[in-house]
Design a protein around this ligand. Structure first.
Ligand SMILES: [Zn+2]
Length: 215
């Protein structure tokens, strides 16, 4: 294993601890992936307390065909159910790191689609934290319906990634569930995750104001 991959494993462990403290990956939900040696993705295991994942507990998957190419030593661990969506974001968007959040703010922001298929983020300086977006832009994020199993979300994510309206989006909201947020490396995924969660909270907090204006 290269020093680079070792450092990435350390970083992913550190971020899972931070994300747990923020309530993004509580109750064993949520997850993260990052770049492995040789073009693979390091994937956290499923059904474990994310703040306790260790450096040697990541799976390595090939994003070209979703195949697990390296398993951790512990046979009780299974790869995260996010695998299919993480690999899809890698293939379709060149993502090398994806954060899956179960944050309440993401769920409440998804509610604002109100039966539609997107939410619009606007009028915030923090929009500049998303690659290619300015503070005067109206940034559209797709919202898809939840499914009984995480793996069943893949085809719905694929269809919104193919939608031109969302070509500038680095996140997909899943109604009643959370969000997938990505970047070209772990640091961009981390920045996008921080900025989008801020934007989700702002959107929800401003909902009452927008209702007053339009009433
Ligand atoms: Zn989830």
């Amino acid at each position: 294993m290269s020093d680079t991959e070792r450092a990435t494993r350390d970083l992913l462990v550190e971020l899972l601890g931070q994300f747990y403290a923020k309530g993004w990956v509580s109750g064993t939900g949520g997850g993260i992936c990052g770049p492995a040696d040789g073009g693979g993705l390091l994937l956290a295991p499923t059904g474990v307390h994310k703040e306790r994942v260790r450096q040697d507990e990541f799976f390595t998957v090939d994003p070209r065909d979703d195949r697990v190419i390296k398993t951790p030593g512990n046979p009780d661990l299974r790869p995260s159910e996010c695998k299919g969506i993480f690999c899809l974001a890698a293939r379709d968007r060149g993502a090398r790191s994806v954060v899956h959040s179960h944050a309440l703010s993401a769920v409440l922001a998804g509610d604002l689609a109100a039966g539609g298929d997107h939410v619009a983020l606007r009028d915030l300086e923090m929009l500049k934290g998303i690659r290619g977006v300015g503070n005067r832009d109206v940034h559209l994020l797709p919202v898809i319906r939840n499914t009984p199993r995480e793996a069943e979300l893949v085809e719905h994510v694929a269809s919104v990634l193919a939608d031109d309206r969302f070509s500038g989006a680095f996140a997909v909201l899943v109604a009643d569930h959370g969000a997938y947020i990505w970047g070209e490396d772990v640091w961009e995924a981390k920045r996008h995750a921080a900025v989008y969660h801020y934007l989700f909270e702002a959107l929800v907090a401003r909902r009452d104001r927008s209702t007053e204006v339009t009433a």
